[in-house]
Design a protein around this ligand. Structure first.
Ligand code: DX5
Ligand code: ZN
Length: 216
């Protein structure tokens, strides 16, 4: 079964509590929370305060995607805010990211590593055994509502092959430009979890999207 992670960046923030409740009631599996610093990416989103608010609104698993130049400075803040997983980018830490995975694990959270569409799988594959999640970006991070970059499916396939070959438990999450039209293709390439921002929150049939994803 493929899991669905609505990205709260696509929600209507003037009705945040209703949006979170609706995501939970749709049958979606976890919430994806995009944190942007205006430096690593050319946009600013929200910080630990909003994550804490969301944590009070729901018991859902909170998957925090850090698009920050110095992610390690904020691990504690997001852990205290209620994150269940923290993912950071290999582009922010091109050297061995394993010590940072250990720091996240010591906080009692799952650890994820992400890579941009122009990265090569080889940049992260050697470290995957240290991570619970691999977040493959299928758009350049920074904004919701962008078009899916299909060449990133090669990275998903390469990661799937590596994870299966080495019997790793790392789950593959794919993020950016995913909706009902391409969900099956992304799942076929080897994704375990699909992130959907605008496609989910703009839909009037959110539980249909959860059912569709679960059926892949
Ligand atoms: C992009 C974010 C994504 C984004 C996905 O920087 O990391 O999680 O919210 O939104 P859609 O599904 O609209 O591309
Ligand atoms: Zn994201």
């Amino acid at each position: 079964m493929v899991k669905l992670a609505p990205s709260v960046l696509g929600a209507d923030f003037s009705h945040l509590a209703d949006e979170i409740r609706s995501a939970e009631q749709s049958g979606a599996d976890l919430l994806h929370l995009d944190i942007m610093d205006g430096h690593f990416v050319p946009n600013i989103s929200f910080g630990p305060g909003i994550v804490k608010t969301i944590n009070k609104l729901t018991g859902m698993y909170l998957d925090v995607h850090l698009m920050l130049s110095e992610p390690e400075k904020y691990f504690e803040s997001f852990a205290e805010a209620g994150a269940d997983a923290i993912t950071f980018h290999i582009e922010a830490h091109p050297e061995d990211p394993s010590p940072l995975a250990e720091r996240i694990h010591k906080l009692g959270l799952q650890a994820g590593i992400s890579l941009n569409p122009d990265a090569t799988p080889e940049q992260v594959l050697p470290y995957l055994h240290k991570f619970d999640l691999l977040l493959v970006m299928s758009v350049f991070p920074g904004f919701g509502g962008q078009s899916f970059i299909s060449s990133t499916l090669d990275t998903v396939r390469a990661a799937r092959e590596y994870i299966d070959k080495h019997s790793l438990k790392t789950e593959i999450m794919v993020d950016g430009g995913i909706g009902p039209d391409n969900a099956a293709e992304v799942a076929r390439a080897g994704a375990d979890i699909l992130v959907m921002g605008s496609a989910f929150f703009n839909s009037d049939n959110r539980s249909g999207l959860a059912d569709l994803t679960h059926g892949l």
